[in-house]
Design a protein around this ligand. Structure first.
Ligand code: F6R
Length: 616
């Protein structure tokens, strides 16, 4: 949550920072702000605005777009408010009392009130309600006490409790930017450009200037100057960081011809799934190879954890892993996992699924597994993220950057990754499914990208459905078996981007309560593809119809019986049962997208949400 970008280099710094922030706006959009050093006056020029980045951009002048001299320096922030209401006064950057040090922060300082009172007692005057201002005031205090800039930052960070990522500028050292990471509040990526250096919360924030990056770990501080980037741990030890080259194309983080990132990301799914499979599957031999995983003993049990859409993905993976690899899987919300004292043994694996690789609850649950002696695996999209780095084994989603707050392509690719993991585990488990079953499972993957493309070619029905249903207040989504989690995902997508109240239920549970909700105003989306629970789903449809509910069925192509029972039908191509969620998820995404469009909602940046939830 909160996006940070800092820049030192020959380009006009403000446009570079704004462009980086635009790529990170999914992290928060309550307010935005920017600070640049004016080398002529030797002061900070700060602009801040409530609301989206566009409001800040409107306040910037032409002068902000012109480079000053050889070195131009600025840093900016998009905020997801935690401490202090959404006002311009609380928008970052914040400056110290003398106006000589500036800061942007992502995270929470848990002991900020205590520190604030101490500073106030010493005469420091605060201008905002934020926890962030405490950090910058403390840095100034240590500089007054005789520390140099770097030492003052180290001394300050040592006093903070909580998780934070910060960037600081000091007018006395205009060629230096200091950034640090404390805990799991969010990443700090340092971009090493040609004659320029950047810091950002996430890779897309630097991609326009460079693909060469280093990732800070917790308790590391970087002192970044052009051509001179040094990282130390908080205890002062120097750290040699590996320089990674990011394969993502900067264009992948652009909207291109699409109206919204979500729309683009939905339509990228055939490509993303092809990439996810590519090079990992030998269809002839029937073998899966996963580059980030080391073969070892079959786990006694896998605890699969995630949040939101990633948590729903674990529920589908459970079917795949249990069925193909015959390894028991327990799924849990990461936020609940460590508060129930899970019975983990050293023979178990905790598998974290996370698009961003920075979700605080997921990282904490992985840590819980580590402390209890389990192996840690991760399925992650963001390369170099904390989840990827702390895991003993990892599989990348290969979705490319996902910018829209509502997750789409990371959902389907994480499902495919779990299918690959299931096949990989089956290969090694003497008690796994038979060799023929494994071969069949692998060959089933071959046609998946083509089936996804077919799903994406069908266009008209979503507009039509949005026209009919956009004024409804409630929606029910029902599924069974491996498609029950897809019903949950349908409801989640609908809620988060169109603000319609929606519930996902296992269809068999409906008659135990939710059926009371059904009347002529209740649209019910029923996932009713031809599989082992098809007939049970058909009878569910009958029950909804008998209570005058309107049925939107997701059915297998060619199933003409359904059209006689349901009011509307969205057909999906016939697919192997275990892979069907990849196809049935697409109508969920597209229906929610069209409903949000029709209701005039902000599709890519829905209210109150942020993409990387780096606070608990
Ligand atoms: C919903 C959505 C969220 C995320 C959740 C976990 O569309 O995007 O529910 O899935 O916040 O995020 P990651 O996967 O980054 O851990």
């Amino acid at each position: 949550m909160c996006g940070i970008v800092g820049y030192i280099g020959p380009q006009a710094a403000v446009p570079v920072v704004i462009s980086g922030l635009r790529k990170l706006e999914y992290r928060g959009y309550d307010s935005a702000g920017i600070a640049k050093i004016n080398p002529d006056s030797g002061t900070f020029e700060i602009e801040r605005a409530v609301g989206k980045l566009i409001n800040l951009e409107r306040k910037l002048s032409d002068a902000d777009h012109t480079p000053h001299q050889r070195l131009n320096i600025a840093m900016g922030h998009t905020r997801w408010a935690t401490h202090g209401s959404v006002t311009e006064r609380n928008a970052h950057p914040h400056v110290s009392m003398s106006g000589r040090i500036a800061i942007v922060q992502n995270g929470i300082v848990e002991n900020f009130l205590e520190l604030k009172h101490e500073l106030q007692a010493e005469g420091v005057v605060f201008t905002s309600e934020t926890d962030t201002e405490v950090i910058v005031q403390l840095v100034e205090k240590f500089i007054h006490g005789g520390c140099d800039f770097e030492k003052a930052v180290h001394m300050t960070l040592a006093q903070l409790r909580g998780s934070s990522a910060v960037v600081l500028l000091n007018l006395a050292e205009p060629g230096t930017m200091i950034a640090a990471r404390l805990g799991n509040a969010g990443g700090v990526v340092v971009g090493l450009g040609d004659g320029e250096v950047l810091v950002a919360s996430d890779v897309p924030g630097v991609l326009e200037c460079t693909r060469k990056v280093i990732f800070l770990d917790s308790h590391e501080v970087v002192v970044a100057k052009v051509g001179d980037v040094k990282v130390r741990r908080l205890n002062g030890d120097r750290v040699q960081k590996e320089v990674h080259t990011i394969a993502w194309d900067p264009v992948a983080a652009e909207k291109g011809e699409y109206r919204h990132f979500m729309q683009k990301e939905i339509f990228e799914q055939a490509r993303a799934i092809t990439d996810t499979i590519r090079g990992r599957v030998d269809f002839e031999q029937g073998i899966v190879t996963l580059e980030g995983m080391k073969p070892g003993p079959t786990p006694r049990k896998i605890f699969s954890i995630g949040m939101g859409t990633s948590s729903i993905s674990t529920m589908i993976g459970k079917f795949m892993i249990e069925n193909l690899a015959r390894v028991p899987v327990e799924v849990d919300y990461a936020s609940e996992f460590r508060y129930r004292d899970p019975l983990i043994t050293p023979n178990d694996v905790v598998l974290g699924i996370t698009q961003s690789g920075e979700t605080a609850d997921t990282l904490a649950a992985m840590q819980e597994g580590r402390e209890k002696g389990a192996k840690i695996w991760a399925i992650v999209n963001a390369i170099g993220s904390q989840a990827q780095r702390v895991a003993d084994g990892n599989i990348t989603m290969r979705s490319g950057p996902e910018i829209s707050v509502a997750s789409t392509k990371a959902f389907t690719t994480s499902v495919v990754d779990q299918y690959l993991l299931a096949c990989w585990l089956a290969q090694q488990n003497a008690n796994g499914s038979t060799a023929e079953a494994q071969h069949l499972a692998i060959s089933d993957l071959m046609h998946l990208p083509g089936l996804v493309s077919i799903m994406l070619e069908k266009n008209n029905i979503y507009d039509e459905l949005a026209n009919i249903f956009h004024t409804r207040e409630h929606f029910l989504f029902l599924g069974r078996g491996i498609n029950y989690p897809v019903a949950l995902e349908g409801a989640l997508k609908m809620k988060e981007i169109s603000y319609i109240h929606a519930e996902g239920y296992p269809a068999g549970e409906m008659k135990h309560g939710p059926i009371a909700l059904i009347d002529e105003n209740m649209p019910v989306v029923c996932i009713c593809v031809r599989d082992n629970v098809y007939e049970k789903m058909v009878s569910q449809i009958e029950q909804v119809r008998a209570r005058h509910g309107t049925v939107i069925a997701i059915a297998t192509e060619g199933d003409t019986d359904i059209s006689k029972k349901a009011d509307h039908v969205i057909y999906v191509p016939e697919a192997p049962a275990m892979l069907s969620p990849v196809l049935t998820a697409i109508p969920m995404q597209r229906l929610a997208y069209h409903m949000a469009l029709r209701r005039g909602c902000d599709v890519d940046q829905p209210r109150n949400l942020a993409k990387s939830v780096t606070v608990e």
